[in-house]
Design a protein around this ligand. Structure first.
Ligand SMILES: *[C@@H]1O[C@H](CO)[C@@H](O)[C@H](O)[C@H]1NC(C)=O
Ligand SMILES: *[C@@H]1O[C@H](CO)[C@@H](O)[C@H](O)[C@H]1NC(C)=O
Length: 348
């Protein structure tokens, strides 16, 4: 055994191999076949990692505790000290995967195998997990879809409602963002959950026949749809929400049997939802799911009101943008003061 640095530990039987080891970038090498083991530890005074111990031993000095750690393949960190001053606790966990377990304890020192993670390499919210054997690391993020900005989880529903993630929303009383010209402009994950609106599409890796959509409006009405490649209305909605394809006036009109939502709260739409459009009206590509390609008995009406190839002012003034309620009690188009959120999940 030779101790070359205060916080490094070597165990070498054949010294010739020591050169190979010393030349590599590795912070830890356990090679019993070559008879060489080596580790570089980072020291934290007055700290103890309060996790399950692989072993608790009595040793003479911290370097000996490091040797014991090297000899146990599961050990990635250790606490040394204690009331008797020579206790060596070998741990499988480390300060990177269990940061919440790091305690102030003046009787201990904590040692962890050096890692690129000591440089805090992951973005905000990400946990850096060492891959000691390769002197490498990976970032673990709390969210399921890592493509959200800053790896945010995004907006979700309380888990009692299932694992729904919002992909589109327009908060109540939002004023229409004038630069926007497309209610499905953005890839899934583009928005931050604090944004007042999100004109996002379905996740690109969603699978048509395994995907459900939930809509909740500011009146508390809640509708759920299942995408279905064999239903022409559902498939048109999929092409718009997932593939960003335009669906023109008359393309999907009175297409039996329609695509009625399951009503989870509130009233059912006033007509069979058998017609779908996603096309530009007064400068904004808008969505309409209703009974006849013309505002009124609609469920989804996003952007500008639409009627056939134009707009009918009977259902709301021209150049009024926003969302309509899911249950269209008053035969209106998108109007101010209404909020709507669309969620997605894989069928459970
Ligand atoms: C929307 O605005 C109206 C009128 O100002 C107000 O009464 C209502 O509380 C607002 N709703 C929300 C959710 O902010
Ligand atoms: C259900 O919808 C009604 C309006 O139809 C609303 O008043 C009520 O708050 C909603 N309930 C829930 C739990 O959202």
């Amino acid at each position: 055994m030779s101790l070359l640095k205060p916080f490094s530990v070597f165990l070498a039987i054949f010294l010739i191999f020591l050169f190979n080891v010393a030349l590599s970038e590795q912070q830890i090498v356990r090679d019993s076949a070559k008879g060489v083991s080596y580790a570089n530890f980072v020291r934290h005074k007055n700290r103890r990692l309060n996790t399950e111990q692989l072993e608790s031993l009595t040793v003479q000095q911290h370097a000996e505790c490091g040797e014991k750690c090297l000899l146990n393949n599961k050990c990635t960190s250790m606490n040394y000290g204690g009331a008797g001053e020579h206790e060596c606790q070998l741990l499988a966990a480390n300060k990177f995967d269990s940061p919440e377990a790091m305690m102030i304890d003046e009787s201990f020192e904590h040692f962890s195998v050096a890692s690129p993670c000591d440089k805090k390499l992951c973005l905000k919210g990400g946990k850096c997990l060492p891959i000691y054997e390769q002197n490498s690391y990976r970032c673990q993020y709390p969210c399921k879809f890592n493509i959200w900005k800053n790896c945010e989880r995004g907006r979700t529903l309380p888990s009692a409602d299932g694992d729904w993630t919002a992909f589109w929303w327009y908060d109540t009383n939002t004023t229409w963002p004038s630069p926007e010209t497309d209610v499905l402009a953005y890839n899934f994950g583009h928005c931050r959950s604090s944004d007042p609106y999100c004109f996002g599409r379905l996740p690109s890796d969603a699978i048509e026949d395994s995907t459900e959509m939930l809509a909740v409006d500011s009146e508390g009405t809640k509708y759920k749809w299942s995408f279905n490649s064999g239903n022409s209305v559902a498939h048109a909605a999929w092409r718009a929400f997932h593939d960003h394809q335009v669906i023109g006036n008359g393309d999907v009109l009175n297409a039996a049997p329609g695509w009625d939502p399951v009503v989870l709260n509130g009233s059912a739409p006033k007509g069979v939802q058998d017609s779908f459009m996603y096309r530009e009206q007064y400068g904004v590509k808008s969505v309409l799911l209703d009974d006849d390609n013309c505002d009124c008995k609609s469920s989804l009406s996003l952007g500008h009101g639409m009627c056939n190839s134009g707009h009918n002012p009977a259902y709301g003034p021209a150049y009024q943008y926003g969302v309509d309620t899911l249950y269209d009690a008053g035969c209106s188009g998108p109007q101010p003061g209404i909020g709507l959120t669309l969620y997605v999940r894989a069928k459970p």
